[in-house]
Each structure stands twice: as C-alpha cells, then as structure tokens.
Unconditional design. Structure first.
Length: 350
C-alpha cells in the first residue's frame, strides 16, 4: 500500500473542492482501515460544497466528503473485535455516536449529537478511509459494492422515515414529493411495507415514469393546475395519510400540508433552509394533522436493509445511474447539480 492516496477534499472556509493527494490514514486501536470500492454522491455533499449548511461539530478546516461507502477491510486496530477481519467486504454507517451526550454516557440510544461521516469527520471520497469498528457492517458476497454503498443513506433514510418516523401501516396512502435518490427508494420501500395507494409527485416526466416502474400506483405533476383535484381523486377523496418531502423544497412541503387526510402526517426528510408554512392552521389543528422532522437512520436500519437486499427482498441494481472515477469527482458533482441523465445515484470508484 502506498503512503499517499487521492481524496475529494472540501475547504470548509473557502468552500473550494478538489481531488488532492493526501496521506493514507492510519487506524486507531478501535478503528478499521477500509479500501474504498464505491462511494455515493449525495445532494447533501453538494449542499456542503455550496455552503447551504455547514458542519457544527468539528474544528477541522478541511474534510474528505462522502458518507455512503462500501469496500474491503485493509487493516484493523488492536482493539477491533474478532467479528471484523482483513479482507472482509463491508459497508460503513453514515455516522457515529458522539460518546459524550447524556444518552451515550448512559449507554442509551439514539445518540443526541450524532456525528456525520464526510461532514463532521473524514468520509469516503477517497481510496482509503478509517471507521470506528461499531460503524462497520459486513455485507454478503452477493451484494455489489456500489449497491451496498448507497444503503446507509439513500436507502436507509427513506426506510427510517417510513417505518420509524411515519410508522406507515398496511393499506395507508402515501405521497412522495421528489423522485430522486431518496424518493425513488421511498417508493420501493412503501411498496414493500404495503402502503396503498403510493402517489409519486415530481415535475420531471422521466422521474414520474421511473416511479411507476419502481412501484408507484400513480404519478402526478405538482405543477398541473388541477394537481389538488388529481391527488384527491387518487386517494378516493380522503387525502394522504402520509406525505413525504424528499425534494427538500418549500413548495413541496406546502403542497404536502394541503394534501393531508384527517390525522395525516407530513414528514420532512429532504433538507432545505426554506421556511415551512402551514396554511389554514385552524383546519390543521381540527384535523389533528402532524408535521414530523426526520434525519438519517439508526444503525439497525442499515443492518436490516443489508439483510433484505442480501435475501433478494430489495434490488438496487437500477439505482446506480453512473460510475465515475474518484479522480473525476468534480465531474460527478457537476453532473448531479445539473441533473444530467436524471440520476438516482452516482457512485465514485477509486
């Protein structure tokens, strides 16, 4: 193994992003060194580069991006448990517990100050990365690296939003705003848990068509003048039991609130600094509706999804839109920003 490697680094002060030659990290006693085989490119990475949001739990001035990672263990520290070994195929959780909050001190879950990989500490847009042993998850030989890499966010975030935050039940209706990297997988998961009908909402005709192939019952254009009437018709006049904003757009959230049935829930899973407006708040209260914030997933969600994928219950082969060399990470950033090829997930490969 060489002493240096390529890594996609972001200067957190100037917001300059570049692929640079940096030293290969050395694992601490409780860490594994992982040779990266695939790393997803997420809209959150673009938000970091653009300064839409900034790390709040790091004193570092630069960080290696990337929180969706799969690879092979290259070396292990002295305190890493025997369940992890050199040569093992693994995926990495998108973050780790802080170790110092009230819950961590009392050995409770979840951590109250979760640290995000590729945001608060170095991530996987690199040839090698280190990971604390409790964030390393073995993957079956049948699961390709690029599919395993995207599970810890692009798949687990909508999974957690659906099964934990919203607690969707069989036969309940669901609307998904934004059929991109998160929304496409939300449609798959809603189908898996028995939601009905599933209504995909996106202004892009190709995204709407894709949603139907992934399991949506109906696909609507939110810009249509009669959108509200079309949605009501699709739900038998009741409105949505669950509205999911995976677009991270104020307009989607406003539509979502207006589309709710009695006791309906709007789940905010897409990130945006835009304000949330709740029109007709008296009606909102009378109908006992809810707005729920959502962020990321729990470690168990990632493990459950890897198991489901390994047993063939979920297939992410169609989710990989393009594979781009790590050295051309700037091209991947531009491709996602410009939505070239209407991507679900772009994957960097060292």
């Amino acid at each position: 193994m060489t002493a240096t490697m390529l890594a996609g680094r972001l200067d957190l002060i100037t917001k300059r992003f570049a692929v640079e030659e940096v030293p290969v990290p050395r694992p601490a006693p409780n860490e594994a060194l992982v040779a990266v085989r695939a790393s997803g490119v997420c809209l959150s990475d673009l938000h970091l580069i653009a300064g839409v949001f900034n790390p709040s739990r790091t004193d570092a001035t630069t960080v290696t991006l990337g929180h969706e990672i799969a690879g092979v263990i290259e070396a292990v520290g002295a305190d890493v448990p025997d369940r992890l070994r050199v040569g093992q195929r693994v995926a990495l959780q998108a973050g780790q517990s802080c170790g110092g909050c009230d819950n961590c001190v009392r050995a409770l879950s979840p951590c109250l100050n979760v640290l995000t990989r590729g945001v608060d500490y170095d991530g996987g847009w690199a040839e090698y990365t280190v990971a604390r042993h409790d964030t390393v998850v073995p993957i079956p030989d049948s699961l390709p690296f690029e599919q395993a890499a995207i599970i810890p966010d692009a798949v687990s975030t909508p999974f957690a939003a659906i099964v934990t935050t919203a607690q969707v039940k069989v036969g309940e209706s669901a609307g998904v705003w934004g059929i991109g990297g998160l929304g496409t997988h939300a449609v798959q998961i809603l189908r898996l848990v028995g939601a009905a009908p599933i209504i995909a909402i996106d202004p892009n005709p190709a995204a709407r068509e894709r949603a139907l192939t992934f399991g949506a019952d109906t696909a609507l254009n939110p810009l249509d003048e009669d959108f509200a009437g079309q949605l009501r018709a699709a739900t038998g006049g009741k409105g949505l039991d669950h509205a999911f904003d995976f677009a991270g757009a104020g307009a989607a959230r406003t539509q979502g609130v207006k589309s709710l049935a009695r006791n309906g829930k709007l789940v905010l899973a897409g990130l945006t600094p835009e304000q949330l407006e709740v029109p007709h708040s008296i009606v909102f209260c009378y109908e006992q509706q809810q707005v729920l914030g959502h962020y990321g997933s729990l470690p168990q969600h990632v493990e459950d999804l890897i198991g489901l994928a390994g047993h063939g219950r979920l297939d992410f082969s169609r989710s990989i839109t393009d594979r781009i060399p790590l050295a051309e990470a700037d091209r991947a950033v531009k491709q996602l920003h410009d939505k070239v090829g209407d991507p679900i997930r772009l994957v960097l490969t060292p």
